[in-house]
Ligand binder design. Structure first.
Ligand SMILES: [Zn+2]
Ligand SMILES: [Zn+2]
Length: 327
């Protein structure tokens, strides 16, 4: 199982980001009006942002806001929840959060997105800081050798691999909070849902981490967790978050693909993605054109086959159904 390939901080990526940053700087004035809605007049340096919330009282304030049943939360109620007697000192910490993490509304305080995000990330990681669970069996068989599949959890990533031949069936970040209060079968199900959801967002051009602009690339290199030589990468221009997948994963909620399966008694919602070979292997994917790239994914089922052609942004341009008699 290799991890480096789907990791966030690849050198080449940071280089590209640096180039990008200098491009922006040189064209700064001319681009100014085209730069979109984010006028960064009071943006906060990430290090300063971490410093602001790197304090127990301030984290407690954010947690108290989170736990409150009604919003906005008044000053006195917040102070009571945090358990701080000294009103002036409490106010000092609260004011450090106001602006970037918290905002005043009426006579109380509410979250800004960044404040909520801080608490969410604490919750996502805090049930168990270094959770380890033994590899466990999951539904389905290896597309390569028909061997049994197992889920392994390591470094906050969950991977589905073949116990017999080691073939990868996808490996993605899965926050420790996702393990809490779930059986192994439920963990596998949640992982399946999460992978579908993240890739759906990414393919639609929205980074699941920061909502930045995500770009899609067709890659012909055998260097990712799937061990396929034709795959799709999504990469965020803003935060460099990267996701890789087999091209077929994009098709899981495409209406014609869903119908093709439903007519043959298969509900794609009920099948973990890793049990569908065209979602994890490149055996069913073919590059039919370059410049611009066109991919074809073959989906065989019950003696018939659906062929789906996608463009370089994974939009479906054509579908074609064949059966043994017609093909
Ligand atoms: Zn195998
Ligand atoms: Zn991003």
């Amino acid at each position: 199982m290799s991890k480096s390939n789907s990791a966030i901080d690849r050198d080449s990526e940071s280089d590209r980001n640096r180039e990008h940053a200098s491009d922006n700087a040189s064209d700064h004035e001319s681009d100014r009006r085209d730069q979109g809605v984010l006028e960064c007049t009071d943006c906060l340096d990430p290090a300063d942002a971490f410093a602001l919330v790197g304090n127990e009282v301030r984290l407690s304030i954010l947690e108290a806001l989170w736990a409150a049943e009604e919003s906005p939360v008044s000053f006195s109620e917040l102070r009571r929840e945090v358990g701080m007697r000294d009103s002036a000192q409490f106010n000092y910490h609260l004011q450090k959060l106001v602006g970037h993490f918290v905002t005043q509304q009426g006579d109380g305080y509410v979250f800004k997105h960044a404040g909520e995000k801080v608490v969410r990330s604490v919750i996502a990681g805090s049930f168990n800081e270094h959770p380890s669970i033994e590899p466990f069996d999951v539904t389905g068989a290896c597309f390569a050798c028909d061997g049994p599949l197992a889920a392994t959890y390591e470094d906050e990533r969950l991977a589905i691999d073949c116990r017999a031949c080691g073939q990868g069936h996808g490996e993605y970040a899965f926050p420790p909070g996702g393990l809490a209060d779930r059986t192994r079968a439920e963990i596998a199900d949640a992982f399946d849902q999460r992978v579908r959801h993240l890739h759906c967002l990414a393919a639609d051009g929205v980074c699941p981490e920061c909502s930045g602009r995500m770009e899609t690339r067709i890659v012909e290199e055998d260097d990712c967790c799937l061990g396929v030589s034709l795959r799709v990468d999504h990469e965020c221009r803003q935060c460099a978050h990267t996701l890789c997948s087999a091209a077929g994963l994009r098709l899981l909620d495409h209406s014609e693909v869903v119908t093709f399966h439903r007519e043959r008694g298969v509900s794609l919602d009920d099948r973990p993605y890793w049990t569908l070979p065209w979602c994890v292997s490149d055996e069913f994917t073919r590059l039919v054109d370059r410049d611009p790239s066109r991919l074809e994914v073959r989906i065989p089922l019950a003696g018939d086959e659906l062929r789906v052609t996608m463009d370089d942004e994974l939009a479906v341009v054509e579908t074609h159904e064949t059966s043994p008699s017609s093909d």
